[in-house]
Design a binder for this molecule. Sequence first.
Ligand code: FAD
Ligand code: FES
Length: 335
Amino acid sequence: MEQEAICKDVQTDIEGVKTFVFECKKKLKYMPGQFITLVLPTEDGDILRSYTLSSAPNHTSVFSITVRAVPYGTGSNWLHNNLQPGMPIFFSGAYGKFIPAEYEDNKLLLMAAGSGITPHLATLRHWRNQAKKVNAHLIFSVRSPSQIIEQQELLALVRQINGLTLTIIPEDVTGQAWHGVSGRIDPLWLNAMVRNVHERVVFVCGPAPYMRAIKEYLMSIDFDLTRYHEEAFISPMPISHQQVSTNTPTYSVNFIKSGVKATTSGNESLLELAEKAGVAVKNACRSGICGACRTLKKEGHVNMQDLGGILPDEVNQGMVLLCCSQPTSDVVLDI
Ligand SMILES: Cc1cc2nc3c(=O)[nH]c(=O)nc-3n(C[C@H](O)[C@H](O)[C@H](O)COP(=O)(O)OP(=O)(O)OC[C@H]3O[C@@H](n4cnc5c(N)ncnc54)[C@H](O)[C@@H]3O)c2cc1C
Ligand code: FES
């Protein structure tokens, strides 16, 4: 369900990156690494964008997100240019399954590039607050030393968290003082830098090509991919739907509030069916991540393959994510 938060503070971390602090009426329950989905009232109407909670869970109703302004990006630039302390904003969540803290008793390898540091920042702040002893190595790739988000705090966190190792790797250090490793991250370095890679649970967050390179390296050394987790900050491609044979039964889907009925053989998502039938559904990621298309299912059964965008309580109440659900019977939806 959407709830209102008031923007309390806006801080500029580095050029192009701002942290927005919010307060809502009741305490927000979340795990470090989870995200919320904001409703942004842009000139072209409301749009939905997901942002990781960069704050650690605490006993208050105050939380923060850290946002990079993407060139030509509608939502991130709306936030940077418009959101001021005192303004209200609506959001839903927290959502997501990218939670390194759930594996904190294991040896961990945390990897991030650019704004992909936000889930790890929340995790490290949580470990510091909880005085956790961990065995974790964080490798943070940035374009240049001036692009290190929360550099001073990261350096302090390494001193404060027992068992944390930090390696920051700027790609380009031209004209800037830098004494550590630099350049584009290379699998050979990884091998040399990280001890016992095979024993670690790996959490990677960053641009798609970066994550692909890391995953390919891990596959090349026969890493057990059940220990690999990633969070994509890009808008993912629509999910591929199961192919169905021609004798698949036809199901009826009743969008009761819209007064529209449609039929489907079940080889498309309920979101795609709604759009074809002219029923407007809020959506953003179209992949079961952000929770935007959450709808109450009043009758029937669906096959839902979400990626963490719905809470167990919501599923128990009969909610489904239309973008990643296909009907397996006649269905009645409260939309
Ligand atoms: C689970 C999750 C967590 C996330 N957490 C964070 C976070 O903590 N911090 C963060 O900064 N981001 C985060 N993101 C990313 C965020 O949700 C947005 O995708 C991001 O801010 C870009 O949104 P936007 O509306 O600004 O860009 P969009 O308008 O959606 O544009 C997307 C891309 O298209 C390009 N584009 C758009 N219009 C044009 C045009 N006219 N010409 C050329 N190119 C164009 C943009 O350059 C951009 O690369 C997260 C995403 C997910 C799914
Ligand atoms: S559109 Fe994001 S979960 Fe459906």
